[in-house]
Design a protein around this ligand. Structure first.
Ligand SMILES: Nc1ncnc2c1ncn2[C@@H]1O[C@H](COP(=O)(O)OP(=O)(O)OP(=O)(O)O)[C@@H](O)[C@H]1O
Ligand SMILES: [Mg+2]
Length: 270
């Protein structure tokens, strides 16, 4: 049984797609058979891999009944990583794509036949808390919230946490918060540091594996490759995603084993 992970944030351009892609790759490198699903009408995953609009068939074609999911899944050069692209979408058709994705049960019905072949399914969502994000949360086991370390980010994080709770209490009791992953962190800048301090002090579930603001990440997405696929020396940022994958796997395994928060007796060192 695969674990479905939604990558989400109310704000746009905060690094969701970058996290979805690099986390997917890191999980695959760790031995997990991983599928990244592009639920963004903008086709963020295809864009960040420098694919031309419409180059890949995908979800749109499956939802229109013109293809089977298994036919449009793209295999990658990382043997355990596959992508279910958005597919060919005329911008005029975006509202009907959104309607099709958010039709009750549609996403679940679409993923079920293929997910036996995967251990982890990562759903990249558009920004905002609209229909597609709600549908993804309503079909998921885990929500991974992306927090861009900048002023006012706390406000939008509170919104997404409220929506996750609402979905969990209503339609999807299996949904849990996987964690909050800080991105574009620049601890040398006062505004970034103060937003991190607010995050650490006010919220639980903040993951240790923060992603720094990085020129290498921006350059990699311009070239259409994950950062660890750039030529030259391996940029240190690549390791952050390996850490993120390890941390996330720790949370998932602890939860599936039914572990609570570890408590211990007080001891004496000497
Ligand atoms: N840690 C980082 N450091 C520097 N640049 C980054 C970082 N993460 C992402 N970027 C860059 O910021 C831009 C937006 O990132 P990305 O597309 O991942 O955001 P998004 O939240 O998915 O956006 P959208 O809401 O439009 O889907 C991209 O150009 C990406 O290369
Ligand atoms: Mg995106």
């Amino acid at each position: 049984m695969s674990e479905r992970i939604v990558v989400t944030s109310p704000k746009g351009g905060v690094g969701k797609t970058t996290v979805a892609l690099h986390l997917g790759l890191a999980l695959a490198e760790r031995g997990m058979r991983t599928l990244i699903v592009d639920l963004d009408p903008q086709g963020g995953i295809g864009l960040s891999l420098a694919k031309r609009d419409g180059e890949w068939r995908g979800l749109v074609d499956v939802l229109a009944g013109e293809a089977q999911c298994a036919e449009v899944v793209v295999r990658t050069n990382e043997p355990r990583l596959a992508i279910l692209p958005r597919g060919r979408l005329d911008p005029i058709e975006v509202p009907s794509f959104e309607d099709a994705v958010r039709t009750r049960g549609a996403l679940d019905a679409l993923l079920r036949p293929i997910e036996d072949a995967f251990d982890r399914v990562i759903l990249d969502t558009p920004s905002g808390l609209g229909g597609i994000t709600r549908a993804a949360l309503g079909a998921a086991d885990w929500a991974l919230v992306v927090f861009k370390a900048e002023p006012l980010a706390m406000r939008s994080i509170q919104q997404v946490l409220r929506v996750i709770e609402h979905v969990r209490e209503g339609e999807r009791p299996e949904l849990s918060l996987l964690g909050i992953v800080p991105t574009m962190v620049e601890l040398s800048k006062e505004h970034s540091q103060s937003s991190m301090v607010a995050l650490w002090t006010e919220l639980e579930g903040v993951l240790d594996a923060a992603i720094p603001r990085s020129d290498a990440l921006a350059r990699a997405s311009q070239l259409g490759v994950p950062v660890s696929y750039l030529g030259g020396r391996l940029p240190p940022e690549a390791r952050r995603f390996a850490q993120l994958a390890d941390e996330i796997e720790g949370v998932i395994h602890a939860s599936r084993r039914g572990d609570g928060i570890e408590t211990r007796e007080q001891r004496a060192l000497v």
